[in-house]
Design a protein around this ligand. Structure first.
Ligand SMILES: Cc1ncc(COP(=O)(O)O)c(C=O)c1O
Length: 380
């Protein structure tokens, strides 16, 4: 097995390349020829599998140390496939602080199909264990939560899950396998919105599920093939291209985020910064060794009474947009944008205030990013 940075470049590929092309071709074929009736074929129909998608799926399986990976047309399609392996009456414990779209999937769809959920702060291991019931099947959480950057202890949660025979399912969108590999720490399934850091250029929607064991992986494959929200050959190619530069991009995101945090700390208009190690999180010392860094997303609150709208509307280099993890810097207000699906009362309980701002720090020159924040803060 090669080192991570080498796997990023060489970890995909399928073995049918007779042309010497250094990139995997984009196979624009929905169907594949049988040599004869009942003959054996490796690919028969592109929803079931195609070489371009298989290449990026292999790459993701290598990068996450999984037995198999499954690429979907969005992160939500990937998450839906994961939940589809449960049956009416099954109970799943869910991290309290989760992406708004996942919250909506659970509360507006899956509950109607008879799957039961308990939402809990997964940093609180005692309370988490107390939520386990006879019908509990899994614990689902985001390692580093969106948008408050709260960090959950994958190793300890994995141990609790194992003790009770449950699956541990981790949304690893914010960290990526470059910073953390949950399957090596006790998780059974990892999901990604590959729309974010993995593709890295805000030019496609994609989702990936990676399974540790083949048995659970087969269930995900079944869901992928049956429900059909698969990643197209063109987008599989774009995703694979994006993944090749994951580590170099991520190093710069992290470096730039450090500079932006230093600046925000020095500005009296900023009341609180949310980034691991910044918010006085008692959990931080225990878990900081579980990943190699925390990525380029951070959130902050302005001092009470300041004008968030004035600030955000005057940003010039940061684009006012949802999403994260791409080369360009983005800013948004979760309460009105990425997390608007969560009812206000629940949102405030979780800690997402109306004046919380989330930044996805890109890979531009950090001095320009700081200049932009500095000038926009004058309007707060
Ligand atoms: C942590 C997390 N998980 C899942 C998703 C959903 O992914 P997608 O937008 O690719 O469907 C998002 C989207 O923002 C996210 O931030």
């Amino acid at each position: 097995m090669s080192e991570f940075d080498t796997t990023l470049i060489h970890g995909g590929g399928v073995d049918d390349n007779n042309t010497g092309a250094v990139n995997v071709p984009i196979y624009n074929s929905s169907t594949y020829k049988y040599p004869e009736l009942l003959g054996q074929v490796r690919w028969d129909y592109a929803r079931s599998g195609n070489p371009t998608r298989e290449s990026v799926e292999r790459l993701m399986a290598h990068l996450e140390d999984g037995s198999g990976a499954y690429a979907f047309s969005s992160g939500m399609a990937a998450i839906h496939a994961v939940f589809s392996i449960f049956k009416p009456g099954d109970h799943v414990i869910i991290g309290k602080n989760i992406y708004g779209g996942t919250f909506r999937l659970i509360n507006e769809y899956l509950k109607d199909y008879g799957i039961k959920f308990t939402s809990i702060d997964t940093r609180d291991l005692d309370s988490l264990e107390k939520c386990i019931q006879a019908n509990t099947k899994a614990i689902y959480f985001e390692t580093l939560t969106n948008p408050l950057l709260q960090f959950s202890d994958v190793k300890s949660i994995g141990k609790i899950a194992k003790k009770h025979g449950l699956l541990t399912i981790v949304d690893n969108t914010f960290l990526t396998p470059y910073l953390q590999k949950p399957l090596t720490m006790g998780a059974d399934l990892v999901v990604h919105s590959a729309t974010k850091y993995l593709s890295g250029h805000s030019d496609l929607m994609a989702g990936v599920v990676v399974a540790k064991d083949k048995e659970v992986g087969d269930k995900i494959y079944q869901a992928q093939n049956t429900m059909g929200a698969t990643l197209s050959p063109q987008d599989s190619n774009l995703l694979q291209r994006g993944i090749k530069t994951l580590s170099v991009r991520m190093d710069r995101h992290i470096e730039n985020a450090k500079h932006v945090i230093e600046f925000l700390k020095s500005d009296p208009k900023v009341a609180k910064i949310y980034y691991p190690g910044c918010d006085g999180d008692a959990n931080f010392d225990n878990i900081k060794d579980q990943c190699a860094g925390f990525g380029g997303v951070l959130s902050f609150e302005l001092q009470p009474g300041l004008d968030v709208k004035g600030f955000i509307n005057h940003l010039q280099l940061f684009t006012l947009a949802v999403s994260l993890g791409a080369v360009e810097s983005l800013a948004e207000v979760p309460a009105f944008m990425s997390h608007f699906e969560i009812p206000k009362e629940t949102r405030l309980q979780i800690g997402i205030k109306d004046e919380l701002v989330r930044l996805s720090v890109g890979i531009e020159d950090y001095r320009d990013l700081i200049k932009d924040l500095e000038q926009a803060l004058k309007f707060a």
